[in-house]
Design a protein. Structure first.
Length: 152
């Protein structure tokens, strides 16, 4: 269930949000309203398109997948696979920007790279570097929508 969320004025001068398209930014703001109290949501572009873009049929699952790719590439979200084999996403800075008054409990698995405190093996931080890289775990799509391109 969607919760009341706030968007801080600083969001409109965010360099990381300015690095993505306007549609990716709107998808990001929409994800804030759909995510659970820990900033997690199922990574299903068709479902996200239906929830956030239902009155804009020109922006469907393929376009939302592009939005999610941009958001992950700019480290605004982290995409991962849960132990249940399902795909999830995590809004990386959710806890810094959202105050949850009445938490409803855990609905989705922890992000193994942010909630678990681990650094992705592909990250330069794991190799002693300091360059920022997207936190995206890539794997073949298990989507029931064969027309969508798998993550790579």
């Amino acid at each position: 269930m969607a919760r009341i969320r706030t968007i801080k004025p600083e969001a409109f001068s965010s360099e990381s949000l300015a690095a993505v398209s306007i549609t990716a930014e709107r998808t990001f703001f929409g994800l804030l309203t759909q995510a659970d109290d820990h900033g997690r949501f199922r990574d299903q572009s068709a479902v996200i398109a239906g929830l956030l873009w239902s009155l804009r049929p020109e922006h469907g699952p393929i376009e939302v997948e592009d939005d999610l790719t941009q958001l992950a590439g700019n480290e605004l979200i982290c995409r991962y696979e849960g132990e249940d084999g399902k795909r999830y996403l995590h809004i990386v800075t959710f806890s810094k920007h959202q105050k949850v008054n009445r938490p409803s409990g855990v609905r989705h698995p922890n992000c193994p790279y942010h909630d678990g405190g681990r650094v992705p093996l592909t990250s330069p931080l794991a190799q002693g570097g300091s360059v920022r890289r997207p936190c995206t775990i890539r794997h073949p799509s298990r989507s029931s929508h064969p027309h969508l391109m798998p993550l790579r």
